[in-house]
Design a protein around this ligand. Structure first.
Ligand SMILES: *[C@@H]1O[C@H](CO)[C@@H](O)[C@H](O)[C@H]1NC(C)=O
Ligand SMILES: *[C@@H]1O[C@H](CO)[C@@H](O)[C@H](O)[C@H]1NC(C)=O
Length: 690
């Protein structure tokens, strides 16, 4: 280009030496402008951060994990982590002149030790330097401190993803908002984390600090001086409209320095801390941020693992040390066993509200020393043993909770807290509990016929549940759920209604069990943003977007269960078989009876079968407000009310498979749905559990 300019200049203006010099000067000036224009375009993309050490400037707690995650902070108190693109970026357009347009897209995950206890957040940052001397952790996110907060000299632009409220207030509370800030942490505008549903003005809120991957887009239009901030769970496509679109002139920030550093800052505080991760990041000036490649991004670490930042060498050293310690511990254990049998642990608050405490020795005898042959079930958190109490000769089921993680402890507390106080003929009765140093044990009534799942899918011999039994079981579960939802002093959302959580007693009545996932809600209080828990196939579609469990998401799972009981087929099968969709198809072809379990040999009451199938479809309606309440469900089952007109059910079709695709199309998110076996509780119940 330079040559062409010179040549053109020579040809055009070769007469005098003076004009020749002028031509050179002009072309040099032109070249200068040109190079400025060229330098103004920067674009980069990191699909994960493996081998990007040379492209990033890391400071403080920031590290790159072997999995490719960029970890900005761990959960230590008051730590700060910075990660900036290694080169400054030309962000001022001298020709216009104004601040350049830019766009960025990144995926992050925030893992608090438990929901509501994380802090303080992370911030996308444009700054004249990668150094922030004197900056504080906590609310200041490692960018400023109390004395220089808001000072124009800072020249920083910040989009904060803040999980603690209370900046400039005396009390800190859980926060969940996104703010646009200039020169400090005072937001020009902020909004609770949410996204707009497709084509509507309906906003779905979600929790930033729940371990799920979250996608954020920030776009600045330099000419129009507008910044857009959009954010959504990673499972969701880019929302059609930004959460915030704010007029803001960045010229004064970018003009002085011209070259800016771009990156992230995160910080933890004194009482609240989270692991802050970036999974992938792309950035461009004067263009669209290159789209991230979903399949190349590392997975966010699951919530239950307090991830360490130790090197493999240190880990193996620790492993060896643990081994030695373990042997010592075993020796110690045996020598002090007799003492331990007599020692009683101090009672904790939540233990006082519970029913009877059992003696460990009795349970040990009852289960033949927790022999493997006595195991009658294995769940996510340990095994269930059958036992016969030596004192009474009564049969019991003893759930032994593996205490390898704090989550096991919380599940225990949850079960004790909720089940211990609930009494209903269609719930599994909790008799008591026992806590030995290493073992957590919950004692239930022994339910002889096992789970509904077994009776439907793996029965002993040629046993087939007949229609009368199935209809009775369906009604029993409905009565149990109604009790949880409406009849007890608090609303209990089960969150994991499924056939394997329904036990069948000697009279073939249903008993709903496993309240490990239950959360308690006060009556009238709306549900609470939480982590998604449940089992794939039973999770209501709205839960994937909002994670807000509600009585109607239980009704959805109950609807799937209805279809399962009538059809004898599991909710999800091979080759994208999705039970709900299949029954809808049968229904639309006017052949709904095709869905009936062939094992029933046509021995069934047609009206009842049809009622239950249609009710199953109504309960699995993709719109939560179209689903009936459990009280209404029971009225339909008892023929007290006729089912509503089915003409407007058309919109329900296809909801299931679409939801399934959301899960399957994305490996990262599958991890967080695997949380189905883990437990998150409201902070108040955790409090009570300590
Ligand atoms: C706050 O930050 C400024 C600017 O970096 C620094 O000079 C000052 O010492 C800091 N103040 C405190 C109290 O740390
Ligand atoms: C910002 O959002 C508005 C409203 O959706 C849109 O019209 C505009 O094009 C967006 N600007 C950028 C830079 O993306």
């Amino acid at each position: 280009m330079y040559l062409i300019v010179i040549i053109l200049a020579c040809v055009y203006n070769s007469s005098t030496q003076k004009s020749y010099l002028m031509a050179v000067a002009t072309s040099l000036a032109f070249l200068l402008l040109l190079s400025l224009r060229v330098a103004a375009e920067t674009e980069f993309i990191f699909n994960g951060f493996s081998d990007t050490e040379n492209n990033l400037t890391l400071e403080g707690a920031s590290i790159i994990k072997p999995t490719g995650l960029l970890k900005l902070t761990n959960r230590s108190q008051n730590v700060i982590g910075h990660a900036f693109y290694h080169q400054p970026i030309q962000m001022f357009d001298n020709i216009q002149p104004n601040a350049s347009s830019f766009a960025t897209s990144f995926v992050f995950a925030i893992n608090p030790p438990s929901i509501g206890r994380g802090g303080y957040g992370l911030a996308f940052t444009l700054a004249p330097s990668t150094k922030f001397p004197g900056a504080d952790a906590g609310h200041y996110l490692g960018l400023v401190n109390q004395s220089n907060d808001g000072v124009p000299l800072n020249r920083i632009f910040v989009v904060e993803f803040d999980t603690v409220k209370g900046y400039r207030d005396s009390a800190d509370t859980e926060g969940n908002h996104i703010g646009i800030n200039v020169n400090g942490l005072n937001s020009i505008k902020s909004e609770p984390a949410a996204y707009y549903e497709n084509g509507t003005d309906v906003k779905d809120e979600f929790n930033l600090a729940s371990g799920i991957a979250i996608h954020a887009w920030i776009e600045y239009d330099g000419a129009k001086q507008v910044v857009n901030v959009t954010v959504a769970p990673f499972t969701v496509e880019k929302p059609w409209k930004p959460l915030m679109s704010v007029g803001i002139d960045l010229t004064h920030i970018l003009k002085q320095t011209m070259n800016m550093y771009v990156g992230f800052s995160a910080a933890t505080g004194e009482k609240s801390s989270s692991d802050h991760y970036i999974l992938g990041w792309s950035f461009a000036t004067n263009g669209v941020a290159p789209p991230l490649n979903d399949s190349q991004l590392p997975e966010p670490p699951p919530m239950e693992k307090g991830s360490s930042s130790l090197s493999p060498l240190v880990k193996s050293l620790i492993g060896a040390l643990c081994g030695v310690t373990f042997i010592l511990f075993v020796i110690l254990f045996f020598s002090s066993m007799c003492k331990r049998y007599r020692s009683f642990e101090s009672l904790e608050a939540w233990e006082l509200v519970c029913p009877r405490r059992f003696r460990y020795r009795d349970l040990h005898t009852a289960t033949n020393g927790f022999k493997e042959s006595e195991i009658i079930g294995v769940g996510g958190f340990g095994s269930v043993y059958k036992g016969v109490l030596p004192s009474t000769g009564n049969e019991v089921a003893v759930k032994k909770v593996v205490r390898s993680s704090i989550h096991g402890m919380r599940e225990y507390a949850a079960e004790i807290e909720s089940l211990g106080k609930l009494r209903h003929k269609n719930l599994v009765n909790l008799q008591g509990w026992c806590k030995k140093k290493d073992d957590l044990l919950i004692i239930y009534d022994y339910i002889p016929n096992g789970s509904l799942d077994y009776l439907l899918f793996n029965p002993v011999g040629n046993f087939v549940l007949d229609w009368y039994q199935r209809f009775n079981i369906i009604k029993g579960i409905a009565a149990g759920l109604l009790y949880l939802h409406e009849e007890w002093e608090q609303v209990v959302i089960h969150r994991d209604v499924k056939t394997s959580n329904v036990l069948i007693d000697a009279d073939m009545n249903a008993r709903l069990g496993d309240f490990g996932l239950a959360r308690l809600y006060d009556h009238g209080q709306l549900s609470y943003t939480t982590n998604l828990v449940g089992t794939i196939g039973y999770i209501a579609p709205e839960l994937t977007r909002t994670s807000k469990a509600s009585t109607s998401s239980d009704v959805y799972a109950y609807g799937v269960l209805l279809l399962e009981v009538v059809s004898g087929r599991r909710p999800i099968g091979l080759d994208q078989f999705f039970l709900v969709d299949w029954v809808i198809e049968c229904y639309q072809l006017n052949q709904i009876l095709d869905a009936v379990d062939p094992k029933l040999n046509s021995v069934h009451v047609v009206e009842e079968v049809e009622l239950v199938l249609k009710l199953g479809l109504l309960c699995t309606h993709h719109r939560p407000d179209a689903r009936p309440t459990m009280r209404q469900v029971i009225r339909y089952l008892n023929h007290d009310d006729p089912l509503p007109d089915t003409s407007d059910w058309g919109s329900m079709s296809g909801s299931g498979s679409r939801f399934l695709e959301t899960i399957c199309s994305n490996n990262n998110i599958t991890t967080s749905y695997n949380l189905s076996s883990s437990i998150e509780m409201t902070s108040s119940s955790i409090e009570a559990g300590r």
